[in-house]
Design a protein around this ligand. Structure first.
Ligand code: GRF
Length: 217
């Protein structure tokens, strides 16, 4: 079966990008990473991608007069690489409605919260300040409104009494690295379909038991 030709957009560290690349290296992986593109030439993830032999590109947003021009160049690069699908992985630019529409249902994002709670930045500190007992991460299809769109998979992480934003972020990030490759694989296998605002995953099980936090020690 042809593998889903996937591009990853990053702006920084690229640990989710790395998780996606590693998962796609498996011989039976249903997706392949054909390009990593960054708006930031200093993004740490670029060197890892290049070392693995994946085509990389930098499109510096500062070199374009407006978002529309920048997004048009992104689109051009993605098409030139033959990308069929896009994963946003810490890509820190707002995308125009035209670009989001162009890649509708063919672009997903990972966000470090249990959406729709805590869209935007500083999610871990905000979760601690709100006193929630579970935090986590979400992979979702991209719609125009920031951090919105049909949810494919989430991982819930219990908040510990002693957590700092950093300790919580580290535990959430470990789960991001599990669920992002899983979501991409399901899509590449054709197991995800959209029903209005909901994404339905064929052949996926849900945990049978509720989780309660805190629990008596
Ligand atoms: C991750 O927490 C991701 O959920 C968010 O930005 C961060 C990117 O980290 N969108 P990395 O570049 O993948 O390490």
């Amino acid at each position: 079966m042809a593998r889903l030709r996937t591009a990853i957009l990053i702006s920084g560290r690229g640990s989710n990008m790395q998780a996606l690349i590693e998962a796609c290296r498996a011989p039976a992986a249903p997706a392949e990473i054909v390009m990593v593109l960054s708006n930031n030439a200093d993004a740490g993830g670029l060197s890892y991608a290049a070392e693995t032999g994946i085509r990389t590109a930098v499109v510096d947003h500062l070199a374009y007069p407006d978002r529309a021009a920048f997004d048009a160049e992104l689109d051009r690069r993605l098409r030139a690489a033959g990308a069929e699908f896009v994963c946003l992985a810490g890509f820190m630019r707002l995308l125009t409605p035209a670009f989001v529409e162009r890649w509708r249902d063919r672009m997903i994002n990972i966000h470090p919260s249990l959406l729709p709670a805590f869209p935007g930045l500083d999610t871990h500190a905000r979760a601690l300040a709100a006193g929630v007992r579970f935090h986590g991460c979400t992979v979702h299809f991209v719609r125009f409104e920031t951090d919105s769109g049909p949810i494919i998979i989430q991982a819930a992480v219990p908040v510990q009494a002693a957590d700092t934003a950093d300790s919580l972020a580290a535990r959430v990030l470990a789960q991001e690295h599990r669920i992002y490759p899983q979501a991409l694989a399901w899509i590449a296998e054709g197991r995800v379909r959209l029903d209005g605002d909901r994404a339905i995953v064929a052949g996926a099980a849900v945990p049978p038991a509720p989780l309660i936090s805190p629990t008596p020690a």
